[in-house]
Design a protein around this ligand. Sequence first.
Ligand SMILES: Cc1ncc(C[n+]2csc(CCOP(=O)(O)OP(=O)(O)O)c2C)c(N)n1
Length: 643
Amino acid sequence: MKRTGFSAPSLPEETAGELEEFCRLVRGDIIRMTTLAGSGHPGGSMSSAEIFALLWSQANVDPADPGMQGRDRIIVSHGHTSPGVYAVLGRLGFFDLHAAVTTFRLAGSPFEGHVERCVPGVELTTGNLGQGVSAACGMAVSDRLAGYRNSVWVVTGDGEQQKGQISEARRFATAHGLYNLTVIVDMNGLQISGRTSSVMPQNLAAEYAADGWDVTEVDGHDLRALYEALKLRPGRTAPRAVLARTVMGKGVSFMENDEQYHGRAPTRDEASRALAELGVTDDIDALATERASGAVSIPDFQIRPACAMFDLVGAPRTYAPDYRGDNRSAFGAALMDLASLNPDNLPIVFDCDLKGSVKTAEFAKAYPDHFFQCGVMEHHAATAAGAASLGDRVVFWADFGVFAADETLNQHRLNDINMTNLKTVATHCGLDVGPDGKTHHCIKYLALMSCLHNNFTIVPADPNQTDRAIRYAAGHPGNFFIALGRSKAPVITTEDGEPFFGGDYRYVHGKPDVLRDGTDVVIVTMGSMCTKSLEARAILLESGVSASVIAVSAPLCITPTLPASLRRFRLIVTVEDHDLETGLGARLGIALAESGTGVPLLRIGVRGYGLSGEPEDLYRLQGLLPEQIASKIMAKLEAIGCS
Ligand SMILES: Cc1ncc(C[n+]2csc(CCOP(=O)(O)OP(=O)(O)O)c2C)c(N)n1
């Protein structure tokens, strides 16, 4: 089939004929796949068939080299239409179609119920609706900065358009001039609960136009008309929305316009009738036998984790003991160092209207082309920044903790599943935020980040460790979440008065740092509580109690060596500016129980929501000041008969 790259003035007639036949077969594949699996989403797959077929057959993509540099990006946001996607990709030679048909939704198969990024030709795993347009924006951003002159295509459902994040993405695309972006909405008019117009009325043409997009309406089953709507138009001055009128279940009379086929597979009998209507051979029984035999061949597709990183992260800065600054400023300074060390491969930075507070303002001023203002659109920012990191770039997103974690967990989760490479810098974590009050106290970020499987969470203790942690994240692949406070963070020193995390100290993820050694009690702590714990240690010493203080910068990465090293103490204490039930103490408690340490544990942390007030006052209310920590430890020692 001839590939035009959408640059021919019209779809060549021969190709149009071939594609019509192609779509008939694709519909047969969708029926066979879903009936064999006994589940899936045939209705939307069949309404999107022409859109998928036209995009993957005509766009600048190569089945023999799906990861080709500078390729067009095709993102399927309504990921439940995976049968349609797999049928089109298989038929175009991205992989063996037979494997997709026989193993769709079979445990162990990469052909999962929603599109998966490990499958050749699929740019992004999707399924939780509403994120594809944001992801497309992120890819458009990183591809533009890489100098590619490609197109970015997104296909979405019309019910999906109800999701608010899509309106965020629309505004971002216009604001940042992403004119190579085309969103194609499969307007089949149905969703799970019936007609889209009655589930939630919407005027998509007006909404897209209001946000500055070019809007075209077209018959989504007419390949020639669809091509005309999608073809390249040099000199575009707006992103483009193509509202494609389609029919759910298109091609099979009894499935057409019936919402039950949104998410129900045809029965065996229905499948026979459907295949007969389509003129496709009914081989389902033979395929079912093959599927049940356990002898089906399952392709071993592996997801390619995004892995851009800087070789040059530079010499760390050392902040002297008398330095009075906050960790977020240390982040801003390290970011500027990284940028000046990598002028040809600058980091990309996303912001949500907080650049002054999160200390990316200097970067924004120096490198405006690499700085992406998202306004108050955190859901969009999280997805777009994650997707931008799939484009071989080091990407930072800095925001307040409550927005960088609590507000956007779902987006982080999709990034995590896609194995993106996003460095999220969450400032304003903990009660340390102070007077803004409880809505702004991010006190459960460890609980939230522990929902992810491929994430590195770092809680630096002071500006020196922050500097090194930022450089570490920029020099290592993977999603990072770096939790910083708001207040000035004293430089932590050795007993000799030298910066503890200065000089030759290098950040190693998961390695606890023994700030002070002692014999009776060990205080395991993190972030802003390191200083408070050191002060508590001094108070304890006056009462004759010798305490170790250990800083755990990676509280979600507690290795067995830590509990083993704590056996020698009479009491283990955790101190954290974080929710007591879900933080460091809880994590360490599990590790201690699993290792059979048998040493009593005292957890000190935040209980419930904080109030509005100066951090020191909020800490006092929660019993987190040094003298309070010390007296809780003394009381506990007495209770366990160790005073
Ligand atoms: C965030 C999110 N909410 C809910 C769902 C469950 N869900 C899956 S498909 C769907 C309806 C989508 O309708 P539409 O986009 O029109 O797709 P179509 O019915 O045409 O396939 C819903 C609510 C989901 N996958 N993601």
